[in-house]
Ligand binder design. Sequence first.
Ligand SMILES: NC(=O)c1ccc[n+]([C@@H]2O[C@H](COP(=O)([O-])OP(=O)(O)OC[C@H]3O[C@@H](n4cnc5c(N)ncnc54)[C@H](O)[C@@H]3O)[C@@H](O)[C@H]2O)c1
Length: 301
Amino acid sequence: MELRGTTAVVTGGGNGIGRALCSALAAEGVNIVVADIDANAARSVSEELRTRAIETIDIKVDVSCVESVHRMAELASATFGGVELLFNNAGVIPPASALIETSVADAEWIFNVNVLGTLNCIREFAPRFQDADREARIINTASEHALGVPHVASGVYTASKHAILGLSDVLRFELPRHVRVSVLCPGIVATSLWRATERRQSQYGGPLASNPMAEELMQGLGMPVEEVATRAIAGVKRGDFYIVTHPHSVEYAEERWHEIQQSFRTYAPRYSGDERFNLKALFMNAFKSSNDDSRRQQKED
Ligand SMILES: NC(=O)c1ccc[n+]([C@@H]2O[C@H](COP(=O)([O-])OP(=O)(O)OC[C@H]3O[C@@H](n4cnc5c(N)ncnc54)[C@H](O)[C@@H]3O)[C@@H](O)[C@H]2O)c1
């Protein structure tokens, strides 16, 4: 896909990976909507982009709030006449704890922002992309934890990233060919994600001091954000589903596959006629014909 002249919405664009995505998109000549719950951070990115002669606006958005996401989509479309790239990048991580000690409030926070936030933006933009007759992309930020790297002491975060992979995997088959879906799966990146708890909203327990050990780990071991953004942009241009960034994660993805394969060998070896249980083919055909019918109906109306 040729990116020059298109418009991108980057949620969580005010910091970290989102900020680097904005910068990399600017280098490709893309108009940018920097959207973040942290209005000051979004503004500072937007101002920096303007010094590079990029058309940009910044918007304060809470992706977990349907109305807030709707306002963002309306403003982005009204300003640029349409959007072609949606980066669902905003995300938070809870304080480290064993899964059985995770509070319900933290679990709600993580799922509301990471998963429902992604879904809210998809529900706003995907119908617009679907109805427009030009190429578009939705890039959902999951993590290497969705591929099989277990994040001990962050079980709910890991589950939220699996949810993002799951919904992306379905979405890619439900949308028409001109709207491609990608799932970005970084490993550790040098950002301030460890400070997410400092910005935890009151309904989830309010701000909490961040863990200095997490800072040391992320800043010391993390991949530079620019490297992640470069891979993401390459993947977007190619329209690939999986966009991975950290080479060693492949070991865990293979380990997961070998364990699954072993389970199939033990409990469910193939036999002739077993494809009668193939639900994917059944659902794909049923969905395609009901989708075709509803589009035909919409055109007639
Ligand atoms: N840093 C890593 O090691 C790493 C690894 C894999 C995946 N990720 C994912 O990458 C994405 C970006 O994280 P990052 O590492 O750049 O962290 P970051 O904290 O630097 O950036 C996240 C941004 O999201 C914004 N945000 C938080 N809640 C929001 C909300 N409700 N609505 C709108 N914006 C909100 C924050 O204000 C912040 O600007 C996240 O989805 C994260 O889970 C990060």
